[in-house]
Design a protein around this ligand. Structure first.
Ligand code: FES
Ligand code: FES
Length: 155
């Protein structure tokens, strides 16, 4: 039987009907709320493409059941910044021309933003460690680290 669930996403409350409480949060974000920045990559919690923040903590939405979110505040890339008011990391991302195909980038930006929030002046090693379990088939790793370091100089 369907049940109502309410989420706080990017500062707004959303109530949706859920048929399966074990459904991944990613599906609710993309299919029910139309927030398509979190991407479906591996679906197994291994690539990071689906990353969102829950109470500021990077979380793989493909492997988190919707029922486990509770009162957690969800932030997606849409909530991080936009064209009018970009997050410093988004600006640095463009300046360093990090994107290639772009499929993975949601995860890198969300991990990088979380790193800068807890450590505004990370070293290169700390940035590499934060990105350590993300997968990019286009090999943007070094450019992504440069973008984090560039953004940290603006903090
Ligand atoms: S799609 Fe979630 S970690 Fe790969
Ligand atoms: S930019 Fe293509 S997969 Fe990362």
């Amino acid at each position: 039987m369907s049940q109502k669930m309410t989420f706080n996403v990017n500062g707004h409350r959303h109530t949706i009907l859920i048929d399966d409480p074990d459904m991944p949060l990613l599906y609710a974000l993309r299919d029910d709320l139309g927030l398509d920045n979190p991407r479906f990559g591996c679906g197994l919690g291994q690539c990071g493409a689906c990353t969102v923040h829950i109470d500021g903590v990077p979380t793989r939405s493909c492997s988190l059941p919707v029922s486990a979110v509770g009162k957690g505040r969800i932030t997606t890339l849409h909530g991080l910044g936009d064209r009018k008011k970009p997050h410093p990391l988004q600006t640095a991302w463009i300046e360093e021309q990090v994107n290639q195909c772009g499929y993975c980038i949601n995860g890198w930006l969300m991990e990088g933003a979380a790193l800068l929030a807890r450590n505004p002046k990370p070293t290169e090693e700390e940035a590499r460690a934060a990105f350590g379990d993300l997968i990019c088939r286009c090999g943007t790793h070094n450019a992504a680290v440069r973008a984090v370091l560039r953004a940290s100089k603006q903090a």
